[in-house]
Design a protein around this ligand. Structure first.
Ligand code: T46
Length: 189
């Protein structure tokens, strides 16, 4: 029996991963990744890079992907909370263009595995939010692609109201503000 529980989502190959958390009067301990234990739940991908970003509340990073050197990502939140979203961009997938979102937090310790071929983004929901993730391929700036966060066809239900956020308060990079819709991206690439 693995120390990790793999939970299916509405999209094939996209999983929530729940670690075993050992709590005692000092606090807690958990393994956040273990190659052998992951292989036991059919997740034998290799990770080559670890990332760490910090975002203030209302920061929205995404929706990003790499056109070549597509990255699988094992993501989790170690401070605060975030709404994390994966969009299926795998050619011929019967859920192409569909998204799945999950609330990740330091408290729930949930992890989310986003396979290669997906766009990824998240909305920071707490004043301070720290996000760490492992990737299955290296960063390739010249391979970067992206889809605008509020693409009407994908229609992501970002939890703005629940967290007292308005569209005007969202903090995006200049790059992310200018991203195309999925239709525009496919037309131009
Ligand atoms: C992603 C990345 C970035 N950088 C440098 C490039 C820039 O100078 C700086 C900030 O990059 P960027 O604004 O692209 O960071 P994010 O907006 O957090 O991008 C990430 O956001 C979404 C949520 C993702 O899933 C991707 O991992 C990634 O696209 O870090 C690196 O040196 N290595 C990297 O792997």
């Amino acid at each position: 029996m693995s120390k990790f529980k793999k939970i299916k989502t509405s999209i094939n190959d996209l999983y929530i991963i729940e670690p075993t958390v050992f709590e005692d009067d000092r606090g807690f301990f958990m393994e956040s990744h273990n190659q052998r234990e992951f292989a036991q739940i059919g997740m034998d991908m290799n990770f080559v890079q670890d990332n760490h970003s910090k975002s203030t509340k209302g920061t929205l990073r995404g929706l990003h992907f790499q056109v070549k050197h597509s990255q699988g990502k094992l993501v989790r939140v170690i401070k605060g909370q975030a709404y994390d979203v994966a969009v299926d961009l795998r050619e011929n997938s019967n859920t192409y263009g569909e998204y799945f979102g999950v609330l990740l937090s330091a408290e729930n310790k949930k992890m989310f595995y986003i396979p290669e071929g997906f766009a990824h983004g998240f909305l920071a929901l707490s004043e301070e939010m720290e996000f760490i993730y492992k990737t299955t391929d290296y960063y390739c700036p010249e391979c970067e692609g992206g889809i605008i966060w509020n693409d009407n066809d994908i229609n992501i239900d970002w939890p703005l109201e629940e967290y007292e956020l308005t569209k005007e308060q969202l903090l995006l990079s200049d790059k992310d503000r200018k991203l195309p819709t999925l239709k525009e991206f496919n037309r131009d690439n």
